[in-house]
Design a protein around this ligand. Structure first.
Ligand SMILES: C[S@@+](CC[C@H](N)C(=O)[O-])C[C@H]1O[C@@H](n2cnc3c(N)ncnc32)[C@H](O)[C@@H]1O
Length: 233
């Protein structure tokens, strides 16, 4: 899970265009209301929703991610942050929208967790409320890893990823070297587990949970291996 990696998350993600991603969400989230951001990470979406007059609630399991989100949203109005699990978090009041971005659901290690997440989102939503989340498909590993290795080097860190497939889980071993001084690095290792879920199975479970499917689609800008689910209660 995101521990030391959280400290470099924003630099690691600097090629992701959050502004465009946010605009994409706003195609389905038109009227201001309350947004619950499940797996909010460092708060990129919370800042934007708040700026546009939404009340927002961010939930994440990682303390470090939440600390960064707290700093980033300290000037933002109407933002609440909670450390919690997105399989069972319960907001005080029902919300208008639930979002869960950047393949956060692929961090579940079994389909049962995704079922719990769908139910959790459903129960947190008002009638007619919208849930938007995205998942990646198996091909993302070919896209990202060359000969089974992914390497990213920036001014203040170097990270090397390798994965092993165990059943339906991808066990990603992450080595991280964070620069402290010119030639002094702190070394860390952490393991992230990712699971690839079948899109049809997700759609069927969403229907079974009680959602209507508004759309399941990918978008050129965010890659052909990423699918957005737009569901309505
Ligand atoms: C890939 S990051 C995405 C962060 C953010 N949504 C973004 O778009 O930048 C996944 C986030 O989900 C969180 N996460 C993963 N599993 C979780 C769980 N079961 N409950 C709460 N947060 C979780 C991680 O700590 C991490 O911050």
């Amino acid at each position: 899970m995101h521990k030391e990696f959280a400290n470099i998350y924003d630099v690691f993600m600097e090629s992701v265009n959050y502004e465009d991603w946010y605009k994409y969400l706003r195609k389905y989230i038109k009227k201001a209301g309350t947004v619950l951001d499940l797996g909010c990470g460092t708060g990129e979406f919370l800042v934007r929703f708040s700026k546009d007059g939404f009340s927002s609630i961010g939930v994440d399991i990682s303390e470090v991610m939440l600390e960064i989100a707290g700093d980033k949203t300290k000037e933002s109005k109407d933002v609440e942050l909670y450390q919690g699990d997105i399989r069972n978090f319960r907001a005080e009041k029902p919300v208008d929208y639930v979002v869960c971005n950047f393949d956060t659901v692929n961090y579940f290690d079994k389909f049962g967790d995704l079922e719990d997440f769908l139910l959790c989102s459903y129960e947190n939503l008002k009638e007619n409320g919208i849930l938007i989340f995205d998942v990646v498909t198996e091909e993302i590993f070919e896209e990202m890893f060359e000969n089974g290795v992914f390497l990213d080097e920036k001014e203040n860190y170097l990270t090397i990823w390798r994965y092993n497939k165990e059943g339906e889980n991808y066990i990603i071993n992450i080595k991280l070297f964070i620069r402290e001084k010119e030639n002094l690095f702190r070394n860390y290792e952490e393991v992230h587990v990712k699971t690839i879920f079948d899109l049809e199975e997700i759609a069927n479970k969403a229907l079974e949970t009680g959602f209507d499917i508004v759309d399941i689609k990918n978008d050129e800008e965010f890659g052909e291996n990423r699918f957005f689910f737009i569901l309505k209660k």
